[in-house]
Ligand binder design. Structure first.
Ligand code: COA
Length: 388
């Protein structure tokens, strides 16, 4: 029987300390007006004493497990997407695995810039679909306040700290990722980087003096890449999912800059209420931004069971990743128990809706297979003619 990866739990963690644009005005030559008009950001959270990538991950994972009513010992794998681990070695994922008490779980840290969470979610779903694992925790987390140069106004106003985590569990009902695209264009690797502190230029007095251990960015190059990739990748995954635009209830993009989201929204022809934007509260939290926005969308009631949501990430690498998800956190049985307003109506309606949706997905998949089978000989013939 085919298996699917269902998100059953989620949780977020942000440091209590908030740094507003007005605070930044006291630190570098900038203004609230410049930051808001160019980025949409009003404030960001930054870690205080004792708060790290590991501590935020731990809090978000605990919340996700609690929500799903799963104990840490039941977790098979922990994937942590981050570019700002506590240490270069050991992997922060093992520290979280231990502190969480996930005694049976494997753990690894994934580095794919701001796209890390989408890469992690797709990876988790694959482990579940192949039947290897039942429960995988996926975390997007960053402590970027330790990686930015607080004297560089071009970067320090953009970033923030935070974490979001989800639990993906095996399910027999069609749900979870319907289509996805993971991409990389390493030809632009230097558009967002920390030049020093790695193996090419290990940490030294020179690195420290030149502040090369901090992030540097070619903002314009990233802006162009991000707006192009958001539009292309979202269009590709929606098409591949077999759904129509009307079936999409919410798009959750990486929260880098409200202008990027705005432009992509106009190019895609999407209504503003279908685009989740919370960059004004957190700034760019890189790998954490999509799971944080997912948690906020749920808190704000913008995502309901049965909805279709598109995730789209882009960032350092340069990388991008998009996925269409069917959002159905409860199993059918749990839904019946949890329905508050009209349990009788819901008990009749939800299984029917689920069955119709499953049939639709299966039919679309079969239709796509048939179309491919029919077209392949025609494509081959066409290629042979063109070669001649
Ligand atoms: N406050 C005030 N002025 C600032 C400033 C700040 N924080 N940062 C830059 N400026 C100045 C520049 O020095 C420049 O001044 P000049 O014209 O006198 O040289 C002016 O503002 C315009 O700078 P520019 O870099 O052209 O601005 P922009 O419109 O391209 O916006 C970004 C800059 C960073 C907001 C924009 O390029 C961007 O969002 N890029 C994508 C970044 C991103 O998302 N990165 C993460 C990827 S995941």
């Amino acid at each position: 029987m085919k298996r699917y990866g269902r998100i059953t739990g989620w949780g977020k963690s942000v440091p209590a300390r908030v740094l507003t644009n007005f605070d930044l005005e006291q630190m570098v030559d900038t203004s609230d007006e410049w930051i808001v008009t160019r980025t949409g950001i009003r404030e960001r959270h930054v870690v205080g004493p004792g708060e790290t990538t590991a501590t935020m991950s731990l809090e978000a994972c605990r919340k996700a497990l609690e929500q799903a009513r799963v104990s840490p010992e039941e977790v098979d794998l922990i994937i942590i997407a981050t570019s700002t681990p506590d240490y270069l070695c050991p992997p922060v994922s093992s520290m979280v695995q231990d502190q969480l008490g996930a005694t049976r779980a494997g753990a690894f840290t994934l580095v794919a810039g701001c796209t890390g969470f989408v890469y992690g979610l797709v990876t988790a779903s694959q482990f579940i679909e192949t039947g290897l694992y039942e429960r995988v925790l996926v975390v997007g987390v960053e402590t970027l306040s330790k990686a930015v140069d607080w004297t560089d106004r071009a970067t320090c106003v953009l970033f923030g700290d935070g974490c979001g985590a989800v639990l993906v569990e095996a399910s027999d009902t069609p749900t979870g990722i319907l289509s996805c695209e993971l991409g990389s264009d390493g030809s632009d690797w230097d558009a967002l980087m920390a030049p020093g502190g790695g193996c090419v230029k290990p940490f030294s007095e020179e690195v420290l003096h030149n502040r090369e251990h901090y992030l540097r960015m070619d903002g314009k190059r990233i802006f162009k890449f991000a707006t192009r990739k958001m539009t292309e990748a979202v269009t590709n995954v929606v098409r591949a999912s077999g759904l129509s635009w009307d079936d999409i209830d919410l798009i959750i993009p990486h929260q880098a800059n409200a202008r990027i989201t705005d432009l992509a929204m106009r190019r895609l022809g999407v209504e503003p209420e279908k685009m989740m934007v919370n960059v004004e509260r957190y700034g760019n939290t890189s790998a954490a931004s999509i799971p944080l926005a997912l948690c906020d969308a749920l808190e704000e009631g913008r995502l309901q069971s049965g909805d279709h949501v598109v995730l789209i990430g882009f960032g350092a690498g340069l990388t991008w990743g998009a996925a269409v998800l069917h959002w159905q956190p409860e199993s059918e049985v749990e839904e019946l128990i949890n329905v508050e307003d009209s349990p009788l109506l819901a008990s009749l309606f939800k299984p029917v809706r689920n069955a119709v949706w499953s049939t639709q997905v299966a039919a679309r998949a079969r239709l796509q297979d048939m179309t491919m089978a029919a077209m392949t000989p025609i494509y081959r013939l066409q290629r042979r003619i063109m070669r001649k």
